[in-house]
Design a protein around this ligand. Sequence first.
Ligand SMILES: [Cu+2]
Length: 328
Amino acid sequence: MNTGMKLGGFALGLVAVFGAAYGVGQVVGPVAPAAESRHQSTTGAGHDTTGDAGHGGEEGTDAHLPGGLLVSDRGYTLVPVATSAGEFAFRITGPDGRPVTGYDVAHDKRMHLIVARRDLSGFRHVHPELGSDGTWRVASPLGGPGVWRAFADFTPTGGQPLTLGVDVSVPGTLTDRPLPAPATSTTVDGYTVTLAGNPQPGLTAELTLTVSRDGAPVTDLEPYLGAYGHLVALRQGDLAYLHVHPDGAPGDGRTSPGPAVTFLAEVPSAGAYRLYLDFKHGGAVHTAEFTVLAGNVAATGGASAAPSSAAPTPTGVAEHGEPGHGHD
Ligand SMILES: [Cu+2]
C-alpha cells in the first residue's frame, strides 16, 4: 500500500443504521449483523419512523447504512491527499468530480474529522482548515502505527449531512490493543466520568454521562461546539459511526452545565461499541472512553479488536476488516 490508503468499501453489504451525523441516532429496519446480503432487500422495510431528520427525506439506497462506512456516498467522495508526515490532508469531491469548497457550518465547524484505529484506540476529533483549492489540512491526528479509520463529518452546501470514511495506514510496528472491558466509569485527565443507561438495538436509549473531579460534581462544563458534550460511538468490527448530541443545549433554559450530560441514541445492532465523550472544562477538551455492549451479546471481556478472535462480528466482515497487520 504505497499510498498508505486502503478503501473501506467492503462494508457496503452491511445492514444497519446509525442515524444522521447530527441528531438523534436512529435505526432503520431490522438489523442482523451477520446478514450481508440484505443491503437492497431491506430498503424501507421496517422503517423506523423516529425520523429522517438528517437525511432530509432523501431515500437513497444507502439511506439505511450507518454513517462512516462508505468512502463515497450521494456523489460525494472522501479523497485523502498525500502530504507531509506531520499533516493530514484530504478533499471532498462532489457530484461534478471537483473538490467541494462550499460547506455549511454544523456545530460551529464546517468539517469534523474523527479518527480512530481499527482496534478502536487512538480516538481524536479535530477540525481541519479549508484551503481555497478545496483541500482540508490539519496537524496529523494519527497517533502512531496501525490502520486508522478517518471519518469526515460535514454538510456540503445544498446537500445532506454526510459522514464518509476511509482507511489510512501508518507504517510501523503494531501493538494490538484489546478492546477494554465494558465499564460504567472511566477516568481522563483527572476527571471521573460515569455512564448510566444501556444502548439497545433498535430502541432509543438515554445515556447519561456524569463528570466529577476529586469526588466533586463538575457543574461548570464549558460549551464545546455548541454543546456540553459530544458523543461518538464506533461499532467494533466495522467502525460504523454514530455521532449524537445531548438532549439539550447551553442557553436553552433547561440544560445545566453538568455534572450530567444526557444523550439519546440508538445503536443499529447488538454488539460491542466504544463510546467517546468529548467535553470541555478548564479550557481544555477531554475525551472519556467507554466500552458498552448493546443487546444480547456475550461479554467478551477484554475481547481483542482483532476480528479473528472472539469479537462479535460477522465473519464476512472480519475477513475484510482484518488489515493483515502488516509490519513494514
Ligand atoms: Cu467536530
